[in-house]
Structures are given as structure tokens and as C-alpha cells.
Design a protein around this ligand. Structure first.
Ligand SMILES: [Fe+2]
Ligand SMILES: [Fe+2]
Length: 153
């Protein structure tokens, strides 16, 4: 099938086609909102990250036993591109999916859904040499370590 990048409205309509629970729809919108925020921070495609966040649990209500499996079929039928589908499927890695999050988008979705929105806190270090969110003062003075603590509100 030819791929078709959905608009936010189309993605929301697709989500609602498979989901009645207001709590699940609100969860999807919360993940969408954080994904958009993170995409902006990383200079990535905000629409794409948002749509993926919105549809990530699309199969959960109707196919709880096939969560992260049935969604591939549904999104494929609706023509979503493979990288959208792979990202969605990888959010259940180690739980209901064996697709490991690899890209920045996939790792962000996994972290947000599995950890941050369940009350966890994330510290994101953007410097590859950084090993702590509290660098020692000498290193900071020398400009060797630059970390940012990201708060999601
Ligand atoms: Fe899920
Ligand atoms: Fe979720």
C-alpha cells in the first residue's frame, strides 16, 4: 500500500475509531503533547512525533492481548509509513513487543510512555562525555561538561 502521512486530525479520528475510553484518549493526547515538546527541543519533526504519540496505543482497548501487534496491521491498512509503524510498535519493547527502540524518536516515545508519564523523572544529558547531572565544579569551569536537566511539566 502507498504510504500516507496522516494529519493530526486524521490520526485522532483513527485513534477514536478504535478507542472509546476517555482515559486512554487523554493518555494518547498527553503522550502526543510531550512528544511534540521533545521534538521541538531536539529540532525534529513536531507533527510526526506528535502523530506517533497520538496513535501509539491505538490497539490497546480492542486488542489488549495483541497490543503492539495488531497496531501494525491497522496502521499498515491505513497507509502509515513504516518508520511511523516501527516507532509505535517499539514502545512496548520488552513487554509486548520485541522491536527495540533505536532512533531518538523511538527512545523518546519509550521513555515517555513507560517511565515519565508514570511518575518518573528523566535527566537527559546532551553531551556524550557527560556521566552525571551534577558535574564537578572544576570540569564545569573548564567547560568540559554540559548537561541539561529537562523538566516535563
Ligand atoms: Fe502501550
Ligand atoms: Fe501508552
Amino acid at each position: 500500500m502507498e504510504s500516507n502521512v496522516p494529519t493530526r486530525e486524521e490520526a485522532l479520528a483513527l485513534l477514536k475509531q478504535y478507542t472509546r475510553s476517555e482515559a486512554l484518549i487523554n493518555h494518547a493526547k498527553a503522550v502526543e503533547g510531550v512528544m511534540r515538546y521533545m521534538a521541538r527541543k531536539f529540532g525534529e519533526n513536531e507533527e510526526k512525533w506528535g502523530v506517533i504519540g497520538l496513535v501509539h496505543d491505538l490497539d490497546y482497548e480492542q486488542f489488549p492481548e495483541k497490543h503492539c501487534i495488531k497496531v501494525r496491521e491497522i496502521l499498515d491498512e491505513n497507509g502509515l509509513p513504516e518508520d511511523y509503524i516501527r516507532a509505535v510498535v517499539s514502545h512496548g519493547w520488552g513487554i509486548c513487543s520485541d522491536v527495540k527502540p533505536e532512533s531518538l524518536l523511538e527512545k523518546t516515545l519509550f521513555a515517555i510512555d513507560q517511565f515519565v508519564l508514570r511518575g518518573g523523572r528523566a535527566v537527559v544529558c546532551v553531551d556524550p562525555y557527560c556521566v552525571s547531572d551534577r558535574p564537578n565544579p572544576m570540569e564545569r569551569q573548564m567547560g568540559k561538561v554540559h548537561c541539561r536537566k529537562v523538566q516535563l511539566l
